[in-house]
Design a protein around this ligand. Sequence first.
Ligand SMILES: [Zn+2]
Length: 257
Amino acid sequence: MLALRALAFVAFGLAVGSFLTVVIHRVPRGQSIVAPRSACPSCGSQIEARDNVPVVSYVLLWGRCRRCGTRIPAEYPVVEALIGGLFLAAALAFDDVVVAATVALFFAVVVAVAAIDLRHRIIPNRIVYPSLVAFLVAIASFSALGRPLSLSRAGLGLLAYGGGLLFVAIASRSGMGMGDVKLAALVGLVLGALGWAYVGVAAALAILAGGLAAVIALVRGAGRRDLMPFGPSITAGALISALLAPQVASWYTHALR
Ligand SMILES: [Zn+2]
């Protein structure tokens, strides 16, 4: 039964990952994510269905367009495989299948936001606002149906993480932007629904990852303006925390004794 669930999650994750490559490419450019169908950016020929199978097509085509032979960016199979892997991890980490599916879709959203932030230095409202509404509605419905998600903790998580970063953004006037605040609010909402420890661990890991990235950038001679965006750190903290927060929290309390 668990194997069947894992398989279903991987297959769905690969498909979602394939859709995300379109989202990541088109949303920052203000283009529709529904139409037109994907085409080769070099020769303009539409990608046929047989060449649109996640990861597999890339391998079979040796990473090149079937028509003109132009290289397909490795980002496509990498995002697809990453989302497939994260869906699998969510399926294995949560006993309740509804919770696992909610977390998996949350992973897809925060990875897409991180990828766009990395390349374009923006956290698109077009993704974050609808996600906030969708996950709020989902958490409210699922908790009402008796699934192990807490709506009140979700609200508090949103206020704690989002509010915390809002304070930092105002106080520091550094690279932290309102996009980061909104992303943190989304992470606080979903992880808060799972439990307090998840929000705390996610925030701690994000600060750790962000600090580490800043130090590495400064050591390599980057100026303040070239510093890494903070969105990917928020996402990394959220992914690790969702999968490992109970272990991290218990390790931490043991280490303090
Ligand atoms: Zn082509």
